[in-house]
Design a protein around this ligand. Sequence first.
Ligand code: TIH
Ligand code: FE2
Length: 325
Amino acid sequence: LDGVTLLADNSVSIKDPWFPRHASDLDNCNHLMTKYEPDLDMNHPGFADKEYRARRKVIAEIAFAYKYGEPIPCIPYTETENETWSRVFITVLDLVPKHACVEYQRVFKKLQEERIFESHRIPQLQEVSDFLKRNTGFTLRPAAGLLTARDFLSSLAFRVFQSTQYVRHINSPYHTPEPDCIHELLGHMPLLADPSFAQFSQEIGLASLGASDEEIEKLSTIYWFTIEFGLCKEGTEVKAYGAGLLSAYGELLHALSDKCEHRPFDPSTTALQKYQDQEYQPIYFVAESFEDAKEKFRRWVAAMSRPFEVRYNPHTQRVEVLDSV
Ligand code: TIH
Ligand code: FE2
């Protein structure tokens, strides 16, 4: 009999899934995927480094304890951590003028002018969050590691980006399979301060609220091939806008070489493309522009099965649910 009750409960929750309605509900959207934890993954460069693992624990605890509305705690980064940042920062400085899209370059300059991006120290999440807020209304929350797709995407609906705060191991500065704050800062922050890109990010988030598991899979695949690994046309050239490319010197050069395949971005086919996150991508999708990607994405989302519509009210930081049947 218990089994029957459980099933009934389940079917109710499928029809009416919980999802965050207010930015403070994101306090409950911090479920982790554990596959890259240095404690569990023997291939992690930090697996054998006790000191590194202890450091990761301290920083993860800060994220777990964080609640909506609090200032993001400042992490006094160590000399080694700042050194890791410096190495990546210098390679990015070198490659950006040639390979990053104009929108990225514009904000990157601004971040340098405001002395938020400097080569010798890792910026604090709070100062970057304040910068985003002034530019597009995005804010940051600390995350303890790689979150589930559902939790991560749902925060974007509120113009909230969940950002890790720990630093990759010094032994692998130019590519890591898991997100770290160097990836978040150098990869994601510049474009989250661009109005058109911020809008695109939020729309992926809104589409994810109350979506089925299958739809979440498709949305996270689209996220992967745009926000993480997207390329876009600029005149006759192809430039990078994906954060996973702009924070990883090795993969950026790979993505723009002839060792991989470029396909036009089209949500209905891109959403079905299988991907892996251990090695460089074999396939990248090229958008005509952010505006075009957004247009195509909107048309594709409109065909999703969700029986209601959602709209974000920035005055209350609340998502309003509108019955569309
Ligand atoms: N591979 C990226 C880097 O080395 O900076 C980090 C990640 C991108 C996407 C997922 S993890
Ligand atoms: Fe990322």
